[in-house]
Design a protein around this ligand. Structure first.
Ligand SMILES: *Cc1c(COP(=O)(O)O)cnc(C)c1O
Length: 230
């Protein structure tokens, strides 16, 4: 069943790329596996998916230990500073950096391990009070500040769009964050690239791709509904 779900998502990605004249190679599907057991991840891994997204440090670390080492783990959830040390050398990208203090801690831990850590700056593009992320008007200043940190590398922006019935309702938000990334790129800040745009989830990834997403984070569409009561 997971196999069929995955296939459908992959076909939808191709359709969205075709519609918008984009190269499918420029869009990475991240299988968001939070709350799902290891055998389900293995099933998707066996279908050649290597990018997995988790939002909790402990869960990521446990799965990291149990699954093949060539998996690229994406930290997509809110990250507490005291937990950075557990994942800093296990993830390929931290999507959810929304403060200088967090970036600073990532820098400290990265330095200890002699690595540079790729990150995205999370932007609260719809200004929802329930969401993490920096406001768009503060993003450039934050990027400039984080860019000074030696062992952190900004690769782009991430956003979590509002939960909507009609994905078209999020199109303008995707457009706005894409424009923001173009504006930041134009500033040619040292150590900063804006090649990654992480946006789009199960409800709206096709629209996100049409508006320039280079990473889509799909959970429910692949693994089914999550059950938080277990
Ligand atoms: C859970 C989660 C997703 C996936 O959500 P679905 O709607 O299940 O696809 C994507 N991004 C983040 C940050 C998440 O926490």
């Amino acid at each position: 069943m997971l196999k069929e779900n995955l296939k459908e998502v992959q076909e939808n990605i191709l359709k969205a790329c075709e519609k918008s004249g984009r190269n499918p190679e420029d869009v990475t599907l991240i299988a968001v596996s939070k709350t799902k057991p290891v055998p389900m991840l293995q099933e998707i891994y066996d279908e050649n998916i290597r990018d997995f997204g988790e939002n909790k440090v402990q869960e990521l670390v446990e799965k990291y230990d149990e699954l093949p080492q060539d998996i690229k783990w994406h930290m997509i959830g809110h990250l507490q500073r005291n937990k950075v040390k557990y994942i800093v050398d296990k993830v390929c990208l931290i999507h959810s950096v929304d403060s200088y203090r967090l970036a600073e801690e990532i820098n400290i831990q990265a330095k200890k391990k002699n690595i540079t850590v790729p990150i995205l700056v999370e932007v609260n593009i719809a200004e929802e009070s329930s969401k993490f992320g920096v406001h768009a008007e503060d993003a450039i200043a934050l990027v400039e500040q984080i860019a000074q940190l030696e062992n952190v590398r900004i690769k782009g922006l991430m956003t979590i769009a509002p939960f909507v019935e009609n994905p078209e309702d999020n199109r303008q938000y995707f457009r706005n964050i894409r424009q923001l990334s173009v504006d930041i790129a134009a500033k040619n800040i040292d150590n900063v690239s804006m090649n990654v745009l992480s946006m789009g989830m199960t409800g709206d990834y096709m629209v996100a791709i049409e508006e320039g997403a280079t990473m889509v984070r799909v959970g429910t569409g692949i693994f089914g509904e999550r059950n938080y009561n277990k």
